[in-house]
Design a binder for this molecule. Structure first.
Ligand SMILES: Cc1cc2nc3c(=O)[nH]c(=O)nc-3n(C[C@H](O)[C@H](O)[C@H](O)COP(=O)(O)OP(=O)(O)OC[C@H]3O[C@@H](n4cnc5c(N)ncnc54)[C@H](O)[C@@H]3O)c2cc1C
Length: 395
């Protein structure tokens, strides 16, 4: 049995956790970034980074990363529904595998001074009353750590806070679930046009496919849970979505997917996302649906922003820190989730989806206001947290 005391423990090493850990380490704190899975780990995701995600990385000094990792530029969303299709132009996005992106963000956190511990499941045991007392987190095998500050970034379905009162997660009734997988081998000839996210929309949900930096294809879907049972499995349900879209004959290599995986219910809210010396961020703070491909952007922006208020809490806990995190989260993330909710509601009505696709094919420009809103770059109204504005501090 061993116990260590540390400034901050960040639970979950996806984009939200890695950026929170990096931000805290850059401010001179001792940080453990803990993940229950061994990296690189599989993650159901559409792997599309939008302009907000890329500019949010740039605002915290991570410039040129997606280009260095070979991210494939994305120019359009090709929507298919009811046998018709339409193209929506996209501003400055890229497709990039989660292995490459998450690995690079963890490296950035390590470079800033954070310790990364993977393959260890963390669970919050008790919450303390002051920063000096700290919060106790169990790390399995009889080990635990006491942290002055906790950042919870354990994603969809994370249960690291389940033993603590008041932080319950509520899933929306009839929420869709996610499913997806990546092909074993790179495509030898283009199955979807370069720079395209192809999205097949059916009555049970929608399935997107993009080419990754190494030529493999990433499939990701949101689907009614009952449809998986009816289809007889995850892979079968994914194929049925493509049939329902009316795409017809296609050469999407769905049989080559290494392993189809499913997620817990997607649409969820956490009633409380901050407490004394405790901040929740990324999917763990609430999620909508993936059609607009924004979850990583919210995680990146949130993970970077939380480090400033969490850093203050390392010194002393103050209720103003909780209030500020709730307000910032609302301003940066919750408000942006509104557009996604609207699109998700439309996609629940197959007849309306068909009308939208028909309208888009006739007047592609009608999507521009929504696309501009969703993918708006991080700007001065999204102020970069102070550690990154201090000259040279993010080297
Ligand atoms: C079908 C689908 C398609 C999507 N497509 C896109 C897209 O194209 N573009 C986009 O921007 N977003 C997309 N998203 C959303 C995106 O995947 C998430 O929003 C993003 O990964 C959230 O990052 P995060 O850091 O909050 O959580 P995650 O990336 O999920 O990381 C959480 C981490 O916490 C770890 N963890 C959990 N419990 C514990 C524990 N007890 N102890 C230690 N570690 C723990 C997990 O192992 C995991 O590594 C999609 C999501 C789905 C489901």
């Amino acid at each position: 049995m061993s116990e260590t005391c540390i400034d901050a423990v960040v639970i979950g090493a996806g984009p939200a956790g890695a950026l929170a850990a990096r931000g805290l380490a850059l401010q001179g704190h001792s940080v453990w970034l803990v993940d229950k899975q061994s990296f690189p780990r599989p993650k159901v995701c559409g792997c599309c980074l939008n302009q907000y995600a890329i500019t949010s990385l740039e605002r915290v000094g991570i410039t040129g990363l997606v280009e260095r990792l070979g991210g494939r530029p994305l120019e359009r969303l090709h929507m298919i529904a009811g046998g018709r299709s339409a193209d929506v132009p996209l501003p400055r996005g890229v497709s990039l595998s989660r292995g490459a992106l998450d690995g690079a963000l963890i490296e950035a956190a390590k470079l800033a001074g954070a310790d990364f511990i993977d393959g260890v499941s963390a669970k919050v045991q008790t919450l303390g009353g002051t920063a000096e007392e700290g919060h106790r987190v169990s790390l399995g095998s009889g080990n635990s750590v006491v942290a002055r500050v906790l950042v919870i970034a354990d994603g969809l379905g994370g249960s690291s806070l389940s033993a603590v009162e008041g932080y319950r997660v509520e899933t929306a009734p009839a929420s869709r679930i996610g499913l997806g997988g990546v092909t074993r081998s790179p495509v030898t000839q283009p199955t979807i046009p370069r720079g395209t996210i192809a999205m097949a929309c059916g009555q049970d949900g929608y399935l997107g496919v993009v080419e990754l930096e190494d030529g493999r294809l990433d499939f990701a879907a949101a689907i009614d849970a009952a449809a998986i049972k009816q289809a007889g499995g995850i892979a079968q349900a994914a194929r049925r979505l493509v049939e329902q879209s009316g795409l017809g004959d296609h050469d999407w290599p769905m049989d080559d997917v290494e392993r189809w995986r499913a997620t817990p219910a997607l649409t969820r809210t956490r009633k409380r996302i901050a407490g004394p010396g405790l901040f929740v961020v990324g999917d763990a703070a609430g999620y909508v649906e993936p059609f607009t491909g924004e979850g990583m952007a919210w995680a990146i922006a949130g993970g970077s922003a939380v480090s400033e208020v969490a850093s203050e809490a390392v010194q002393k806990w103050d209720t103003s820190q909780e209030i500020r995190w709730v307000e910032r989260h609302r301003a940066r993330i919750r408000n942006r989730q509104a557009g996604c909710k609207l699109v998700a509601a439309t996609l629940r009505r197959p007849w309306l989806t068909r009308v939208v696709v028909r309208s888009l094919s006739a007047w592609p420009g009608i999507a521009n206001p929504l696309v501009r809103r969703i993918a708006a770059p991080a700007t001065a109204s999204d102020p970069a947290p102070t550690p990154y504005t201090r000259e040279g501090s993010f080297a």
